[in-house]
Structure formats: C-alpha cells, structure tokens
Design a binder for this molecule. Structure first.
Ligand code: GUN
Length: 287
C-alpha cells in the first residue's frame, strides 16, 4: 500500500509568517505599529497554552501584543467594558477573546461586541455574513489555514468534492463556506448524518473537525483523498499522555495521497493566519 505525503504545516506557516513579516515592515514604515489584544478569561489549561503561543508568535513577527487575563468569576459587564475600551483604542487593531468562556458569560454577546473591523477571529455575525455572501474580509483562522494547505497541495480546487466532518461555528461551518467559495462541491457531515462513512468515501478532500480521537480511518476514505485533520485530542495510551487527531493517522495514511500530522499540521497555520488577520485589520483601520 502506498503511503501518503505528509503536509508540513510548520513549513507552510513559516511561509505565511514571512509574508506577514514583510507586511509588518511596510506598516511600520508608515508609522503604524500593528497591535493585537488577547483576552483570556478563567483558567482553562489548554486556553493558556494557546494564548501563550499566540503572544509568542506575534512577538516573533513584530506584532505588538497586549494580554488581558481576567478571573473565571469576572462579570459579563466587566468583560464587555474591556471590549468597549479596546474597540475605542485607535492603537489596537485586533481583538481576540479566547474561547471557551466561563458558562455564566454569553459567548455570542461577547463576540458581537467586538468591532467587526477588529474581529481577527472572524466570528462576528457581520464577518460570518460576509463570508457566506462571498465578500469575505476577516475569515476564521483555522479554516483559512486549512484552505491554504489544500491549495498548496492541490492548486485550484474547482470541481472537487470536499467533505467537512463537523459543523462547529469555529471550524466546520466557515470551512464549508470557504470551500464553496473555492468552487468545491461541499458536503457537511455531523453526528446525525446517515451513512457518514459512505458519504465521506466520495470525497476528494476530507477536513475532519469533530473532536473525537481517531474517528476517521481508512474505511472513510477514497484512495488518493487529501486529508486535513483539525482535531487535537489528548488521550492516555500505553501509560502516557499523547495528542492525536480526529483521523486515525496510521490507517488513513495508507490510503490518502496527502495528510496533515497532529501535531505539526493545522495547528501552526491557525496562529499564522491570526497574524495575517491582524495585519488585514490594521490595514482596514488605516485605509
Ligand atoms: N478556542 C479554540 N479555537 C479558538 C479560536 O480559533 N479562536 C478563539 N478565540 N478561541 C478558540
């Protein structure tokens, strides 16, 4: 059996970050210091790791970052006040509120409070609507990074059948919209789908974003499919803790033509596109 080519997300992210670095220099020459505000509420350990990586990467490409850490018991009003302040601050170009938020805070109300032009996550309804109508400006970082990996691998995606497994607002839905914009035929599978594996076997492209360790194996794939694994699941195996994707890598890589590893696939691209969105936001505000 053939073995799939590994899609190197770290190398692809380095290319995107080099583009960002050039844009940062150009903005700075105009006296603009691109700035990203990152808001972290509570003490979810994974969120702390993600935020630390975002801030570190920003520093590496010359983007100034401001970190706001709030306790898990912060009130919704206090959080909304902070967002209002950041919206009004002309020196802040991007605002990212790390999700999930504590349960007593209405996540949607918080995302809607962010100025859409500073919405570097692309989660505000104005940006979601823009993407769905094909006039996208700021698009969610993870699916945008996945699209770039696919275009780097396959070139023009027109006419290909893409299956997105998962329908979250953060990945599945915007991924489907981006693939449609790229002229794919798109199928979205979810927990209520009938014969999900049979539908998935028709796909030229599979994007897995369900949050279930190793759910998608060779039985879900057409030979030669290109597989993008968005899952990051921590499991205990052989007495140790490890990170695995939503795709059973060993099984799938025998059938796929190309596949992302976990870690080192999609993860680095998410952060790279957050940096890119910060630059797009800074340009929008100084247009
Ligand atoms: N939590 C998990 N993924 C994301 C993301 O892309 N953006 C934000 N803000 N929070 C997240």
């Amino acid at each position: 059996m053939s073995t799939a080519r590994l899609i190197d997300g770290k190398a692809a992210a380095a290319t995107v970050l080099a583009e960002v670095r050039g844009d940062v220099d150009a903005l700075e020459a105009e006296g603009i210091e691109p700035t990203l505000a990152v808001v972290l509420v509570g003490d979810d350990p994974a969120s702390h790791v993600y935020v630390r990586n975002k801030v570190l990467r920003a520093g590496e490409v010359g983007i100034r970052s401001l970190e706001y850490r709030l306790g898990a018991d912060v009130s919704a009003d206090e959080l909304l006040e902070l967002i209002e302040r950041l919206n009004a601050d002309r020196d802040v170009h991007g605002i990212l509120v790390q999700l999930p938020l504590p349960r007593h805070i209405d996540e949607n109300a918080v995302l809607e409070a962010i100025d859409p032009r500073k919405d570097v996550d692309g989660f505000h309804s104005e940006n979601v609507g823009g993407l769905s109508q094909g006039r996208e400006v700021l698009t969610p970082c993870t699916p945008t990074g996945c699209l770039r990996l696919l275009q780097d691998s396959l070139g023009d995606l027109s006419g290909l059948h893409a299956v997105v497994v998962g329908r979250s607002n953060i990945v599945g839905k915007p991924m489907a919209a981006l693939l449609l914009q790229a002229n794919c035929s798109v199928t979205v599978l979810h927990s209520r789908s009938r014969d999900a594996a049979a539908l998935c076997r028709q796909a030229d492209i599979v994007v897995a974003a369900v949050g279930r360790p190793r759910m998608i194996d060779a039985g879900w794939l057409k030979p030669g499919a290109v597989v993008i694994d968005v899952g990051i699941n921590r499991i205990e195996e052989d007495g140790r803790s490890r990170l695995v994707g939503d795709v059973d890598f060993a099984s799938a890589s025998a059938l796929a033509s190309a596949i992302t590893p976990v870690p080192g696939g999609v993860g680095p691209m998410t952060i790279a596109y957050l940096m890119k969105n910060t630059l797009i936001a800074a340009r929008l505000q100084h247009a």
